[in-house]
Design a protein around this ligand. Structure first.
Ligand code: TMP
Ligand code: ZN
Length: 413
């Protein structure tokens, strides 16, 4: 098997799984552009030195984050509430300061920073490389958005432009998207005030391995972070992981808190979680060998379920087209012969096709009510509560059954 280099510590890495040729997960395309699709070899490795879980090869970031980026975080009400709660927490923590600056790395459509706009004592600065989502954040009241990739060089520009460092640097579901993590930590070290904090929240490696939710792995998710590896990386840059919290968002995320080295003591819950990660074997090669077997078993199982139903003449559709389902669909050999269409509420996806060779079309969520199907696969299984609340009375009435693909396959009416 090909050996690569760890993007964090330059150690040699050996992939434990090869997903084969994969498209960019958010690259929904118009039918006419089928042959123009970009593919890369999706191989995954865990570094034996810094334990960074990473894709061995990634597409050029400019191919992933651009003016047609298809992910608008504000499509979920649940996520809007989730980030509002975090912003309330931050405001409370910094309430005694006369003025605060908050910088968000990957501010997307402003879903988080809008909570700080129009508040005099807060200066909110977003950094977002995808022009279209960055533009939308202005409509949400976020005035300062820098359309660029966050890195060390950019922090120097921000310091000179705003004549200020940051009290809070935050990244909400972004750290796993950024190729040069070393430059991000170096930049945060540079721009963070002495008493400042750096918060990141991403899908948790612990949860992914425990629940076998491998659909989290795709081009844009070039890393899946663990406390073990973030602890090592942050120390290298003079920062310190002092606290963390776990939540159930996106199937299980961890929120990490960093400070300048020596500023805060590490909390008990943070130490306990690192111990739990070690118990699960996140720092051992054998864990990933087992993970590979579980991925292949799950993928074969979902294919067989869909294939058998389709063979019996059942019509199967999908509900929601999240980026992560690009991995599940393509790796599990699901295609337009098996899945008729998928319904989603994102304008940038509607009327296009699913990335890859599957040719599954994406239609608007409104069209779902006009459709007669027997089964519907809920690809954004992480939004199950919000979606079932909205659609279940309709599907019950029409005797449409739900297939939940992850974390455990479930079928019910
Ligand atoms: P996410 O799991 O990465 O947040 O992506 C969720 C996808 O599901 C996104 O394409 C928007 C879509 N969606 C709907 O179509 N309807 C809904 O009710 C929700 C919550 C999401
Ligand atoms: Zn490494």
């Amino acid at each position: 098997m090909v050996i690569g280099k760890c993007r964090l510590c330059n150690n040699s890495i050996k992939p434990f799984i090869d997903f084969g040729k994969m498209p960019i997960a958010n690259a929904f395309y118009f039918k006419k552009d089928y042959n123009k699709q970009y593919y890369f070899d999706m191989k995954v490795a865990s570094c034996s030195r810094c334990y960074c879980f990473q894709l061995v090869n990634i597409p050029d970031p400019k191919l992933m984050f651009h003016e047609n980026y298809a992910y608008f975080a504000s499509t979920s009400k649940f996520m809007q509430i989730h980030w509002r709660k975090l912003s309330d927490k931050i405001k409370k923590k910094f309430k005694d300061n006369k003025h605060n600056t908050i910088i968000e790395i990957g501010s997307n459509d402003g879903i988080f920073l809008k909570n700080f706009s129009n508040i005099k004592k807060w200066t909110a600065i977003g950094v977002e490389p995808s022009k279209n989502v960055a533009k939308f954040s202005k409509f949400q009241g976020v005035k300062n958005v820098i359309v660029d990739f966050f890195n060390y060089e950019l922090t120097n520009k921000i310091i000179s432009k705003f004549k200020s460092k940051a009290d809070v640097v935050i990244s909400t579901n972004t750290m796993h998207h950024i190729e040069n993590t070393n430059s991000v930590f170096k930049g945060v070290k540079n721009i963070l005030n002495m008493k400042g904090i750096f918060i990141t929240e991403d899908p948790s490696l612990f949860e992914m391995i425990k629940k076998n939710t491998y659909d989290q792995i795709y081009a844009e998710h070039m890393y899946i972070w663990s406390a073990i590896s973030l602890d090592i990386i942050s120390k290298k840059h003079g920062l310190f992981l002092y606290d963390l919290e776990n939540n159930t968002v996106h199937g299980g995320c961890t929120r990490y808190y960093f400070c300048h080295r020596g500023h805060f003591k590490r909390t008990k819950r943070c130490n306990n979680f690192i111990t739990k990660e070690k118990k699960l074997g996140l720092d051992k090669a054998v864990t990933y060998k087992k993970f590979r077997e579980k991925i292949i078993n799950h993928s074969n199982k979902i294919y067989k379920i869909v294939y058998d139903l389709s063979n019996k003449g059942k019509k199967i559709c999908g509900y929601t087209a999240p980026a992560k389902s690009t991995t599940l669909i393509n790796f599990s050999r699901l295609n337009a012969n098996l899945i008729d269409k998928v319904f989603d509420n994102t304008k940038a996806k509607i009327g296009k096709n699913y990335p890859g060779k599957n040719k599954i079309p994406v239609k608007s969520s409104e069209d779902f009510r006009k459709e007669k199907c027997d089964y519907v696969i809920l690809f954004a299984w992480n939004h199950k509560k919000e979606i079932l609340k909205k659609e279940r009375s309709f599907t019950k009435k029409k005797s449409i059954k739900w297939i939940i693909p992850m974390p455990k396959i479930k079928i019910f009416k």
